[in-house]
Write a protein that binds this ligand. Structure first.
Ligand code: GCV
Length: 733
């Protein structure tokens, strides 16, 4: 991306270009490129110079003239991105022309010549586009066509990706469209700029300086999102502050919306259910009260005056202390429908979260969302979408898919993934999330027979007016590299790519990201794709193998805390979940236990319900299993558990070896950053392993087998460690 200093240099260069001529310009550009190390700010939009001469020559030949059909003007973001990307990669400024034989022709279907359009596949989706190599006149031309300017922009970003990853342009025939309509980031950013569960610095929204001061980072944020098809952003934390709805803040929201609009990105807000009381001075927030309903209508009308394409509200209600309709004896549908009624005239939507649980869960917190929401199926207004976390507890390294997927056939459901690594190592662990996302999206719910995957449920509209969508809790902050860990950027990237189309493979996404971010050098890309694909399982192994979950440190959620047995509420402890005792370990959610398995379709229920058929990966999620139970591997449960913990650490050591071999293949600043982070990850992985094995050993009373390195400290050492400096404050638990 363009930071300000680079931009200034480029402007100076462009002036000198005229004076010094082509040779001097290229010389200066080279100098600029060499004199800055890569600090990660540019993300995957690195647009590094293409050094392969043959490839560069082919691209230069194709791209030296570009025809932007309809003459979109100087503020057109697609045009600017393309010109900027090509100039950086090929080191020359393409000529903008209206000539019919330019190598690249870009425009909306309306603006392109009819003779070209008739040879393109029809584009029906507003955000869809095609990229096609065609013989036009007497030359081979690449055409990028979109139905709208946003479609064109997406097409441009795809072409830039093809250049960045050095693909052939000779026979392109790409037709793309997003499978889900709302592809949204959820920022858990507070108004004081702290970020709940944020590990990359402060919130990037500078409320103090807005609206007068527009940071370059806002534009670069929009560019990055548009490059992967993200078309919405919820600016503030779901643990919302009612002040967000006051004019003082709305004017700032408008400023951000104005920056994002050209990139096809709409702004949404998290709202506090009690806002009518807190900022409206009403006595109640009862959703059936007419004054309250009128207050929301007036407030929504006011918001649309500031932001005419405002997306709508995200709501966390009756969960973890947040106010909600239940305080008035009403249900979630009553609450959501009240807001939906206010938003409907403006085409706004309500994303109502299903992450709810009682302060005193009867026998199993995992069951509560289903129990509360399933009876409301079909009772939500047309413009409400229920946002469901991927699993029934809370973004653990592995959870079985949430039983609500498939259980509400009359209600549109939206996926909520967590990109920020609250439970997967913060910003110190290399954890590539695409395999986690894919595992959930590809899970078969059997809701409407075999093959009813979670992805299919998200994509299917239960009624014609239904909205489809997916959300990811952002991992973005003011850290120079945006996400804290250079590889954490891949999770933002992968979220966007899978939100667009869940069928893309984790390996392909990783490969594209590595090439765009670091280098096309195969001896770097291939081993690192493998390491990225393996990284999720590494963390599962050293944190929560075999279906264990929620055994992290209390409050900050940093590090291991399987011993946590006291908290404000029982389901904020670890012992509530692992239930280790002298007989065994695991939460019995089968038909002999909490019966959570009954919330799934019969085929899934049977699979999880029986000890013999339940996959090892979810075993202790669904069953309390005896320490000497014979696992599929032939090992007893105890030895299998120990084996997984040790394997987790060993795999981080392998990652370390592979990365250390990459010196010289990637930018040195990036190399050192990742090297240091992997060293931290290894330290933390060892702590997780030793703390958990020693703690569970107090129940199993069995040894750590010979041949495994023994923990360096006694259990008391791990229990006593305090991590006052762990980031990500602001949570309830
Ligand atoms: C925004 C978990 C997190 C909380 C978060 C909550 C939620 O409980 O620890 O910080 O609050 O999920 O998703 O609402």
């Amino acid at each position: 991306m363009v930071d300000t200093s680079n931009q200034q240099i480029r402007i100076i260069m462009q002036k000198q270009f005229r004076v010094l001529g082509l040779m001097a310009f290229i010389g200066l550009l080279l100098l600029a490129n060499c004199s800055f190390a890569d600090d990660g700010y540019k993300l995957w939009l690195n647009y590094s110079k293409i050094t392969d001469r043959t490839v560069a020559a082919q691209y230069s030949q194709q791209l030296k003239q570009i025809n932007f059909a309809g003459n979109p003007g100087n503020n057109n973001v697609a045009k600017n991105e393309l010109m900027h990307g090509v100039a950086d990669m090929l080191q020359f400024a393409p000529q903008i022309t209206t000539s019919g034989d330019a190598g690249l022709l870009v425009g909306t279907v309306k603006a392109l010549p009819a003779g070209v359009v008739k040879n393109l596949q029809a584009i029906t989706n507003d955000e869809g586009y095609v990229i096609k190599t065609m013989n036009i006149g007497n030359r081979k031309q690449v055409v990028i066509a979109g139905k709208t300017q946003t479609g064109v922009l997406y097409g441009v970003f795809n072409l830039l990706k093809l250049l960045q990853t050095q693909q052939q342009l000779g026979a392109l025939n790409i037709a793309e469209y997003p499978r889900l309509e709302r592809r949204v980031l959820n920022h858990w950013d507070n108004l004081n700029r702290t970020v709940e569960r944020g590990y990359a610095g402060a919130s990037i929204w500078n409320w103090h300086k807005l609206p007068g001061y527009i940071e370059q980072q806002y534009t670069d944020y929009a560019r990055a999102n548009a490059s992967i098809g993200i078309n919405g952003t919820v600016l503030n934390n779901v643990n919302a502050n009612a002040l967000m709805l006051t004019p003082e803040y709305l004017v700032k929201v408008k400023a951000l919306a104005d920056v994002f609009r050209p990139y096809g990105i709409r702004v949404y807000l998290s709202v506090k259910f009690s806002s009518p009381i807190e900022v409206g001075k009403l006595k109640t927030a009862d959703p059936l009260n007419s004054e309250v309903r009128q207050w929301w209508k007036d407030k929504v009308d006011e918001i649309y005056k500031y932001v005419p394409d405002f997306g709508g509200f995200l709501v966390k209600a009756n969960s973890e202390g947040q106010p909600g309709p239940q305080a008035y004896g009403r249900n979630h549908a009553d609450g959501a429908n009240m807001m939906a009624e206010a938003l409907a005239p403006h085409n706004g939507i309500v994303m109502w979260r299903a992450f709810v649980y009682d302060s005193n869960p009867l026998n199993d917190r995992a069951k509560q969302a289903y129990d509360e929401f399933k009876p409301l199926d079909g009772k939500f207004a047309d413009n409400v979408i229920v946002q469901v976390k991927n699993g029934a507890i809370d973004f653990q390294p592995r959870e079985p898919f949430h039983p609500l997927f498939g259980a509400m056939p009359k209600t549109p459901l939206m996926m909520e993934f967590q990109i920020t690594q609250e439970y997967t190592g913060f910003a110190t662990h290399l954890f590539y999330e695409a395999p986690l996302f894919k595992e959930v999206l590809g899970a078969d719910t059997y809701a409407a027979g075999k093959g009813t995957t979670v992805a299919k449920i998200l994509e299917t509209k239960p009624h014609p007016k239904a909205v489809t969508g997916i959300a990811g809790v952002a991992n973005i902050g003011t850290d120079r590299n945006w996400c804290g860990h250079p590889f954490a950027q891949s999770n933002w990237y992968a979220f966007g790519r899978l939100a667009w189309n869940a069928n893309q493979s984790s390996a392909q996404i990783a490969e594209d990201w590595l090439r765009m971010t670091f280098t096309n050098n195969k001896s770097f890309v291939q081993p690192m794709v493998q390491q990225m694909l393996q990284s999720r399982e590494n963390t599962v192994n050293y944190m929560t193998p075999l279906g264990l979950h929620h055994i992290m440190g209390i409050n900050t959620h940093f590090g291991p805390g399987p011993w946590v047995n006291k908290a404000e509420r029982p389901d904020w402890t670890a012992v509530y979940y692992h239930k280790a005792d002298s007989l065994g370990i695991g939460f019995d959610r089968s038909s002999t236990g909490s019966k959570a398995t009954s919330q799934y379709a019969p085929q899934v229920q049977q699979l999880f319900d029986k000890l013999e058929t339940c996959p090892d990966s979810n075993l202790l999620w669904f069953h309390h299993v005896s320490w000497n139970y014979k696992m599929r591997s032939g090992k007893t449960l105890w030895f299998e558990l120990v084996h997984h913990y040790y394997e987790g650490v060993d795999s981080v050591r392998r990652l370390q070896t592979v990365w250390n071999g990459m010196q010289g293949k990637v930018d040195q600043e990036q190399f050192i950053a990742v090297k240091q982070l992997i060293a931290l990850q290894l330290e933390e992985a060892i702590r997780w392993r030793d703390a958990c094995v020693l703690y569970f050993q107090t129940f199993s009373k069995q040894p750590i087998p010979a041949g495994y390195e023994q923990p360096a400290h006694p259990l008391s050492y791990y229990r006593d460690q305090q991590f006052h400096f762990a980031p990500g404050i602001g949570g309830n638990i």
